[in-house]
Design a binder for this molecule. Structure first.
Ligand SMILES: [Zn+2]
Length: 153
């Protein structure tokens, strides 16, 4: 398998769990992994500011959630860099295609990626996407809806 990272993040980029909830979710995710090699790669990470959870070369296209037009990669990179430099006080952005006000987090990423201040990351998970039931179980333990990002580097 070439899956290199499996990451789960809260759907709200600014949300962070308490340590107990994070530990319970991390334990549960650990039990969803096929072997000890995969379990060794698991880590829960808190960030002071919002971090980009990048999907690497898997990213094929970013598009507008309102009109469906493709966002130019240069525009997107500038918008992220600008906010990154300020520590992501906001993800709000106006898209150039139709002028709609949206959020960097709400753009449609063809290959999922996201923004987060908390993540549980597994290096070399040795498995593919979590099932809906697995993700729902983690959501219950963490106390917040989650999304997942599986990265092949
Ligand atoms: Zn648009």
């Amino acid at each position: 398998m070439s899956d290199n990272y499996l990451t789960v993040i809260p759907t709200d980029p600014y949300w962070q769990p308490g340590e107990d909830a994070a530990e319970r979710a991390a334990d549960a995710l650990s039990r969803m992994l096929p072997d000890d090699d995969a379990r060794r790669g698991l880590e829960a990470k808190w960030h002071d500011g919002v971090e980009v959870v990048w999907c690497g070369s898997n990213l094929k296209r970013i598009s507008c959630p309102h009109c469906g037009a493709e966002c130019a990669p240069g525009w997107w990179a500038d918008a992220v860099t600008e906010r990154y430099d300020e520590g992501f006080p906001t993800l709000a952005v106006a898209v150039p295609c139709c002028g709609a006000g949206t959020s960097l987090d709400e753009l449609v990423y063809d290959w999922p990626m996201g923004f987060a201040r908390f993540r549980i990351e597994v290096l070399y998970p040795n498995r593919s996407w979590l099932t809906d039931a697995e993700l729902a179980a983690l959501t219950d333990l963490l106390g917040h809806p989650l999304r997942q990002i599986l990265i092949h580097v």
